[in-house]
Design a protein. Structure first.
Length: 368
């Protein structure tokens, strides 16, 4: 059994790493036309994904990502011990309806756009504790279902301010495990491994609710930036690290507005993150060519960028250690219509490039 230790005020470090054995991403046409278009596993030309409703389309998309992650790991659904999944819709129906047919023990999550961080955190805790050999993590979002849920139906045609973000139609899924993934086999096995390098989770920092009094649902970056600041700051404190200990720090979907706020807030704490910060919402779209204003957002934003871009680049050596910090704005249509403020949350996951011994099958023996 792997050992895990609490670290500082809000973090956990794993004595033995948790392996990310495979990953998969599914997006729609707009995301496929963006800067990362060549990275995604599946690009759907039909935003309905063959379904009759936007909600069913999102369920179909998440199911496809989950099935693809399992397949790429060389597994079947019966070998997955637990599933942690979530989305933006009420009662997380995209996840529950989408994964119902997989027959995997299921925990439905809601952390708004931070849900991928929540899923990876809980999944890695369970894997490290020995509660499952293979654990599936997945999230999704859909532009049309999110607009319908939180803002206005598409047919209303309301104007979007420049601070608004564009909800990503996408889903990301990955399989976590206690053992390293096998070497990929062309046209047979697509595990997350490059030669003797793979991606591992070595620690997590759980975020807390931060409410600066924002009420504008068209400025999600402003709502979430204070939470991202708090989590990043506490991660550095808990692990006794500086920004230089990370090759990159990826937030989920702060966008242009939220990034500026985050960097200013961290500067007030004496931390300069400007040279290392990247935002998934700013990576997935070209704001000028695609008219996405502040950037991308949604559960599927951080998840699809992590699976399609960050993890593959990490195992190939672009980075050695990154901090993945998905961000969420915890509003509902009820709380918003009643005039409540919008608190934010962010969860941090430490992901590192890991070099395996020459014979990975001897990994467990080498740890004894």
């Amino acid at each position: 059994m792997k050992k895990q230790h609490t670290c500082g005020a809000a973090s956990v470090t794993f004595e033995d790493p948790v392996f990310i054995q495979s990953c998969a991403s599914v997006v729609s046409q707009k995301e496929g036309e963006g800067p990362l278009g060549s990275c995604f596993d599946v690009i759907g030309k039909d935003p309905m994904f063959g379904a009759d409703t936007w909600e069913s389309a999102e369920s179909t998309m998440q199911k496809k990502a989950a099935e693809l992650a399992i397949e790429k790991a060389g597994l079947d659904s019966a070998q997955i011990r637990l599933l942690f999944a979530g989305d933006l819709l009420a009662q997380s129906v995209a996840s529950s309806f989408g994964t119902a047919g997989l027959g995997i023990p299921f925990y439905g999550l809601y952390g708004a756009c931070s849900t991928m961080g929540e899923s990876l955190s809980l999944g890695s805790l369970c894997a490290a504790a020995g509660y499952g050999e293979h654990i599936l993590c997945a999230t999704s979002s859909h532009f049309a279902s999110a607009e319908k849920e939180f803002r206005f139906p598409l047919g209303y045609g309301n104007q979007r301010p420049l601070s608004a973000t564009w909800t990503v139609t996408g889903s990301g899924a990955c399989v976590l495990g206690c053992t390293p993934p096998a070497l990929p086999i062309p046209n047979q096995l697509e595990t997350l491994r490059f030669q003797n390098y793979c991606a591992v989770i070595t620690g997590i920092t759980t975020g807390k609710l931060i409410d600066y009094g924002f009420k504008d649902s068209f400025n999600m970056g402003g709502c979430m930036a204070p939470a991202a600041c708090d989590t990043i700051f506490r991660n550095l404190q808990d692990f006794d690290r500086t920004p230089g200990d990370y090759d990159a720090v990826f937030t989920g979907d702060l966008g242009n507005i939220g990034q500026k706020i985050l960097l200013d807030l961290l500067k007030e704490k004496g931390i300069d993150l400007a040279s290392r910060h990247q935002d998934c919402g700013m990576l997935i779209y070209d704001p000028e060519k695609q008219d996405t204003h502040s950037g991308g957002s949604g559960c599927g934003c951080a998840a699809s960028v992590l699976m399609a871009h960050i993890l593959p680049e990490l195992i190939r050596g672009k980075w050695n250690r990154i901090l993945f910090v998905p961000t969420g704005a915890l509003l509902s249509k009820v709380s918003f219509n009643e005039g409540d403020t919008i608190p934010g949350i962010a969860h941090a996951v430490v992901i590192e490039r890991y070099h395996l011994p020459d014979k990975s099958e001897n990994y467990n023996n080498s740890k004894k």
